[in-house]
Design a protein. Structure first.
Length: 286
C-alpha cells in the first residue's frame, strides 16, 4: 500500500536532520530504551566474559587500592583522615571517585570506539554514553556494598563513625557524579574527533585530578592557601557530602552541594549541545 510521504502521521518514527543546536530530540531516547538496556548488558557481559575472576574484579580493584592508599598516604605520609578508620576513609573516597572517573573516561571515547556502528545505522547517539553511565552504576553498587560491609565490620569493633541525615542526599550525589562524568566525557569525545591527542591526556589527567579532590585527604587537612582552589573542584563537595552521609565526617554544606549541582548542569548542557553538533559530521573527521 502506498503512503503519502508528506504525511508524517502515517509513520511511527520520522528521522530528520537537526534544525538547531538545541534540537536535542530527547523523546527519541525513550523510543530506543530497549536499545539502551541492550548496550548496558553488552558492556557488562563483554568486559568480564573472558576473565578468570569475572565480577570479582569489582571487589579486587577497590580493596587493593584502599590497601595501597592506607600504606602510602596513611602510614608513610601520615595524612589525616579526620579521625576515621583509614580503610573506611579511603574506600569511601575511592568508591565515589571510581564511578565518576569511569563515566568520564569511557564516555570520552564514545565516538572513536563506536565509529563503525554510528556510520551504519541510525539511533539516538546519546544512547551510547547513557548506557555507559548505567552500566557503571552496577559496578558502583557492588563497591558500595563492599563499603557497607566494611562499615559493619568496623562498627562491630566500636570505631567512631556514624551515618548522618546526609544519607537522604545520597540519590542526588549519585546523580551528580553520573551527570558530571557524562557531561565532561561528552565534551572530550566531541573534541577528540579532531584532536586525537586528548585521548592520551584523559587517562592520566583523571588520575592527576584525583589529587585535586578530597579522595586521599579530608578538606579540613588541606593547606589554607590551596583550600579555596580544591573547593572549586565540583567533585570535592560531592565526595565530602558522601563521606559525611555514611561516616559522619566531612565538610558538608548546602552551598558546596549547590555549587556542584550548578556546575554539573552547566557542563552537562554544554556537553550535550557540543555532542549534538559533532554527531552530524564526525564520521567524516574521525
Amino acid at each position: 500500500m502506498m503512503m503519502d510521504k508528506n504525511n508524517s502521521e502515517d509513520w511511527d518514527l520520522v528521522i530528520k536532520g537537526h534544525t538547531s543546536l538545541f534540537d536535542l530530540k530527547f523523546n527519541d531516547l525513550w523510543h530506543y530504551r530497549d536499545l539502551l538496556f541492550m548496550f548496558v548488558r553488552r558492556d557488562f557481559v563483554s568486559f568480564y566474559k573472558q576473565t578468570v575472576l569475572g565480577p570479582l574484579w569489582f571487589f579486587i580493584q577497590p580493596i587493593f587500592t584502599t590497601i595501597v592508599f592506607t600504606f602510602v598516604f596513611g602510614n608513610l605520609a601520615g595524612i589525616s583522615t579526620d579521625g576515621l578508620p583509614q580503610y573506611l576513609f579511603y574506600l569511601s573516597g575511592i568508591t565515589a571517585w571510581n564511578y565518576f572517573s569511569d563515566c568520564l573516561t569511557k564516555t570520552s571515547t564514545v565516538f572513536r570506539d563506536n565509529a563503525s556502528i554510528f556510520g551504519k545505522v541510525y539511533f539516538p547517539r546519546l544512547i551510547m554514553p547513557l548506557s555507559i553511565v548505567v552500566s557503571n552504576l552496577v559496578r558502583f553498587g557492588v563497591q558500595l556494598l563492599l563499603l557497607l560491609c566494611m562499615m559493619a565490620y568496623f562498627g562491630i569493633k566500636g570505631e567512631n563513625f556514624h551515618v548522618t541525615y546526609g544519607i537522604f542526599f545520597f540519590p542526588i550525589l549519585v546523580i551528580l557524579m553520573a551527570l558530571l562524568g557524562l557531561g565532561t566525557g561528552l565534551i572530550i569525545t566531541a573534541m577528540t574527533t579532531k584532536y586525537r591527542d586528548l585521548t592520551f591526556l584523559v587517562s592520566f589527567g583523571v588520575q592527576l585530578l584525583m589529587y585535586g579532590t578530597t579522595v586521599i585527604y579530608p578538606l579540613s587537612a588541606a593547606p589554607p592557601a590551596y583550600k579555596r582552589i580544591i573547593e572549586l573542584n565540583p567533585m570535592t563537595g560531592i565526595i565530602e557530602a558522601f563521606r559525611f552521609s555514611f561516616l559522619g565526617k566531612g565538610q558538608f554544606s548546602l552551598w558546596s552541594l549547590g555549587y556542584s549541582a550548578i556546575f554539573t548542569l552547566v557542563v552537562l548542557m554544554l556537553g550535550i549541545v557540543i555532542f549534538n553538533k559533532t554527531e552530524k559530521n564526525f564520521v567524516d573527521t574521525i
